[in-house]
Write a protein that binds this ligand. Structure first.
Ligand SMILES: Cc1cc2nc3c(=O)[nH]c(=O)nc-3n(C[C@H](O)[C@H](O)[C@H](O)COP(=O)(O)OP(=O)(O)OC[C@H]3O[C@@H](n4cnc5c(N)ncnc54)[C@H](O)[C@@H]3O)c2cc1C
Length: 524
């Protein structure tokens, strides 16, 4: 007999689980289908070497929305995290700390430039104004300014009215959206290390170097999290597991090792899914947590979709440019430039290596022409320093996200070039933390191709798709369908391809559930 649910969610990433948990709390029968043996998607913990576990992809918990933590009672369901209030940027003989405490950051900056330290509060104020606006926009369902029916015009007008007094914030946001990260920070800072310290954020998840227009937005958007920077106890898989348990407590079912092959559509309405096994499962609503390209180009028969919609989906840019490298080591990395007294911290468990603006920009040069950086920038983090569950006693896990690594290589492939990329990363690390490479017992590398293959993420882009002006808010993932709906009735989207985009924030899942429940109230 065919199984039947109120809603089926394709993908057990943290957003799919969040959407499911909210719908289950509203009394709906929910089935989450995940292709991998466990949930989490890009928010997982895996054993990458015997006895060594790490957050395979996402590693810093900072964006998870406090509203979701509270409403889904995630602390009750096992979420625990260790604050990491400081990020260390080493040079070869010194280093600077970016701290959650602005006074401490200012003190650190003053060691390198008195003028930059004086300007830091102005920079902070400008950033904060943009961050506050983005935090409000996060929870909005994007308006649809392309529709001219009275209901849409009314929604757009109400949105404009709500933000009528935000002209300064909008002006500041437009600066971030259009300026390069380098020009942005140069408005306040003159010292190269101080500039690079902030520009590093702009390199994460982006596809162009921090001298390119628009990259200041990446800088700002990485700092909008409201819970500070943290390592999650047990790795990032614990976030997904807590959301799963919260949903299951309200009846949500989760089925892993289950690949959804097709979304079933009849007369313009989605009514079920067909699994790779051939089984059909039916539901009143189908919700995709998968990337927008996989959802509409692979799972929905194109006869059900308008041609311009298909073209827009094809045009959604999903180029991944960063790699993850997980290392099992027999001792903690020792940074040559680190000093407890100078920095006021015990040990830099989270660092950003990229000491000058030029270093960061150069890392992007080769990638433009199909090659990888000879000197990659790196964000080494040692979660086992605070969480002993991740490594055997006396040993540690050092995980790096770094760049720049294009998806396709010119006249070569990643199988051949992977070992050289690892050597390049180790060389950079040895320069700042001598002896690091000798401490490595084992490692595992993930290029954008590996990320794509593992979690079915086209291009391996950490955000599901680039965060550029043409791919945010009412343009994300594509114009006219940014409100979590789609051209197929009863088919919705809830993953990071939708507003507000990537990060372990749970906001797309939260917003999608709100829209789906609103539709349910109108038509059961
Ligand atoms: C390398 C890397 C580093 C990152 N670092 C951070 C970080 O430090 N902090 C942070 O906040 N964010 C980080 N991010 C971003 C963040 O992890 C993602 O944006 C977020 O996890 C996306 O969640 P999601 O639930 O929307 O989608 P996903 O996590 O992509 O989940 C989608 C799920 O759908 C499943 N699926 C796909 N197709 C099918 C199918 N046909 N049938 C069944 N299941 C299917 C997949 O297996 C997957 O589990 C990082 C991402 C990457 C890749």
């Amino acid at each position: 007999m065919t199984r039947n649910y109120d809603a089926i969610i394709i993908g057990g990433g943290h957003n799919g689980l969040t959407c499911g948990a909210y719908l289950a709390r509203a009394g709906k029968t929910i089935l989450v289908l995940e292709q991998k043996p466990y949930v989490g998607g890009a928010s997982v913990t895996e054993e990458f070497s015997p006895g060594f576990c790490a957050s395979t992809y996402a590693f810093i918990l900072g964006h998870l929305h406090p509203k979701v933590i509270k409403e889904l009672e995630l602390m009750k369901y096992g979420l625990e995290y260790y604050p990491q209030p400081n990020v260390f940027n080493p040079t070869e003989d010194d280093g600077i700390i970016f701290s959650k405490d602005p006074a401490k950051t200012q003190e650190q900056i003053a060691r390198f430039s008195k003028k930059d330290a004086e300007n830091y509060p102005k920079f902070f104020k400008r950033m904060q104004s943009t961050i506050e606006l983005l935090r409000k926009l996060q929870l909005e369902t994007p308006i649809n300014p392309f529709r001219k029916d009275p209901a849409s015009i009314w929604k757009t007008a109400r949105f404009a009215w709500r933000y009528r007094n935000a002209e300064t914030e909008v002006y500041n946001l437009l600066h971030a959206l259009s300026m390069s990260a380098h020009d942005y920070v140069s408005q306040w800072f003159e010292n190269d290390l101080v500039k690079a310290k902030f520009m590093f954020w702009a390199t994460i998840g982006g596809n162009s170097g921090p001298y390119s227009p628009g990259t200041a937005f990446y800088l700002v958007t990485h700092l909008i999290g409201q819970i500070g920077m943290n390592f999650c106890k047990g790795g990032m898989g614990s976030v997904a597991n807590a959301i799963k348990l919260s949903g299951e407590a309200h009846g949500m079912e989760v089925q892993c090792n289950t690949f959804v092959d097709k979304i079933l559509v009849l007369n313009g309405k989605a009514y079920g899914v067909c699994l790779k096994s051939g089984e059909e499962i039916h539901a009143k609503r189908i919700i995709s947590n998968a990337n927008v390209k996989h959802t509409f180009l692979d799972m929905v028969d194109k006869s059900h979709l308008p041609e311009d919609f298909i073209n827009d989906v094809k045009g959604f840019r999903t180029r991944g440019m960063s790699f993850k490298l997980l290392c099992a080591v027999d001792k903690l990395p020792q940074y040559r430039g680190f000093n407890k007294e100078r920095t006021g911290i015990e040990y830099p468990a989270y660092a950003h290596i990229g000491p000058t603006p030029e270093f960061l920009e150069r890392a992007f040069h080769d990638a433009k022409f199909g090659w990888y950086s000879s000197e990659p920038f790196l964000s080494p983090n040692v979660p086992s320093y605070v969480d002993p569950t991740l490594a055997p006693e006396g040993k540690h896990v050092v995980a790096f996200q770094g760049g720049v690594t294009p998806y396709e290589l010119r006249n070569s492939d990643w199988q051949k070039e992977g070992p050289q990329l690892v050597k390049n990363a180790f060389n950079v690390m040895d320069r700042f933390a001598p002896g690091f490479s000798e401490s490595v017992i084992d490692y595992k590398l993930f290029t954008p191709k590996d990320i794509e293959a593992d979690i079915n993420l086209p291009g391996g882009n950490s955000q599901h798709g680039e965060l550029t002006l043409d791919q945010i808010f009412f343009m994300r993932p594509i114009p006219k369908y940014a409100d979590y709906r789609s051209p197929v009735r009863n088919l919705y989207q809830c993953g990071a391809s939708t507003h507000p985009g990537g990060a372990v924030s749970a906001v797309p899942g939260h917003n999608a559930a709100r829209e789906i429940l609103a539709d349910w109230r109108l038509r059961a």
